[in-house]
Design a protein. Structure first.
Length: 406
């Protein structure tokens, strides 16, 4: 089965080209050896547009910065940077400043393409993950900055991606919208922990870069340089501050606390009642008997008879109805156990897409589950062309060819 090309991967390329193409159009009459990379003609021709894309290297680096928030939304910022150095540094800076003024004052075709591409990413992500998503709060800026003694021209376009990350109890997980994601050698992806979030783990861990010697203390994790990511990567799992990683049992602790409180209250009540019984009836109670005392022996006898009859007859109808049906073996399996059972029934290895079809789960759920199982050593993944082959221990195929070839 041919899997559709990833919406996110394609649109990242569109955003990058959109951010570079228009501002790098050639000047209409300039000499070929001295292009003005930020000049814009009022009606660029097809040749000028092609030249614009060809000159994308006029920006030294493009960064996709993703700041993740506790509610699962994320602020995406696409930042293009250019160093002004060399003999033409002054002229290039002047041309950039002219472009920056126009870019910030007018809503150009470049900015509109960015908006459309961002909305397409959110729509594609929603379809892939079955979560509600939207692209909102669009912004743009262009400026000149001094960085470590070098002047830089910076173009930024940003938006808020609502529903970008999966929120599950005390964790926020990024990655299920990514599929076949590729970045070039001059591109960087940065994932930043927003307020109230702490990094727990990231994938691929070997290529992740962050400050300090502890991931938990890092504010940002970055992947840079040319690389192809597996489905569901780059992936980052955050823990919300003030919520333990095992927050799924928080309600159990609360219930245990309430149960303990009930036991204490019950013990106090029982102790007081017993104390009152030991002290005997008050004088008023002895002096003024009521009719209920006379009927107490008869009531006790009736209760005893009823109890004896219930014991002889077995469980009451209400008790029989309240007994739950026993769970089947299938219902007692965890998601991981179901996947292992399914793979074992198919000879020890399967294509990831077939696991999605057999379980009926979403692609994002299967991808995240398999990543966790791979971390635990339960299964292994092998990339064969555009497919992931999932294998149990001892059933790994040869890496040089697909095990499903005829």
């Amino acid at each position: 089965m041919n899997r559709p090309v990833s919406v996110v991967a394609v649109v990242l390329v569109v955003l990058c080209v959109a951010g570079l193409g228009v501002p790098t159009a050639m000047a209409g009459t300039g000499a070929a050896s001295d292009p003005s990379p930020y000049a814009q003609s009022t009606a660029p021709t097809e040749t000028q547009s092609q030249s614009a894309v060809a000159q994308s290297q006029d920006f030294d680096q493009t960064t996709f910065e993703i700041t993740v928030h506790q509610n699962g939304s994320a602020t995406w910022t696409i930042r293009h940077e250019r160093r002004f150095e060399g003999e033409n540094a002054s002229e290039e800076q002047d041309a950039f400043e002219e472009f920056a003024e126009e870019f910030e004052s007018e809503e150009s075709d470049l900015y509109q393409r960015f908006i459309n591409s961002s909305k397409a990413m959110a729509a594609g992500g929603a379809e892939q993950t079955d979560r509600e998503m939207a692209a909102t709060n669009f912004r743009r800026s262009a400026r000149v900055e001094e960085q470590l003694g070098t002047t830089h021209g910076i173009v930024e376009m940003s938006f808020t991606w609502e529903g970008f990350a999966r929120v599950d109890g005390g964790t926020v997980t990024v990655g299920d919208v990514f599929e076949d994601l590729y970045i070039a050698d001059d591109q960087v992806i940065e994932v930043e922990a927003g307020d109230g979030l702490t990094f727990d783990r990231v994938d691929p861990e070997a290529d992740a870069q962050y400050a300090g010697n502890s991931l938990e203390n890092a504010d940002t994790v970055r992947w840079s340089g040319e690389q192809q990511f597996l489905d569901g990567q780059p992936r980052a799992v955050f823990v919300r501050d003030g919520v333990a990683e095992g927050s799924a049992v928080t309600w159990q602790l609360a219930a245990a606390g309430l149960l303990a409180l009930a036991v204490v209250v019950g013990a106090v009540w029982y102790h007081r009642r017993r104390t009152d019984d030991d002290d005997g009836p008050t004088p008023d109670a002895v002096a003024e008997p009521d009719d209920s005392e006379a009927s107490a022996p008869a009531a006790a006898a009736a209760t005893a008879a009823t109890t004896e009859r219930d014991v002889d007859d077995g469980p009451s109808e209400r008790e029989a109805q309240s007994e739950p049906n026993p769970l089947t073996d299938e219902e007692l399996l965890t998601d991981e156990d179901r996947v292992v059972k399914l793979i074992r029934e198919n000879g020890g290895r399967m294509k990831q897409v077939n696991i999605v079809e057999e379980t009926g789960w979403s692609k994002s759920k299967v991808s995240m589950l398999l990543s966790d199982m791979e971390e635990d050593g339960t299964i292994s993944k092998l990339r064969v062309g555009r497919e992931n082959i999932i294998s149990l221990d001892g059933f790994e195929p040869e890496a040089t060819k697909s095990p499903f070839e005829e």
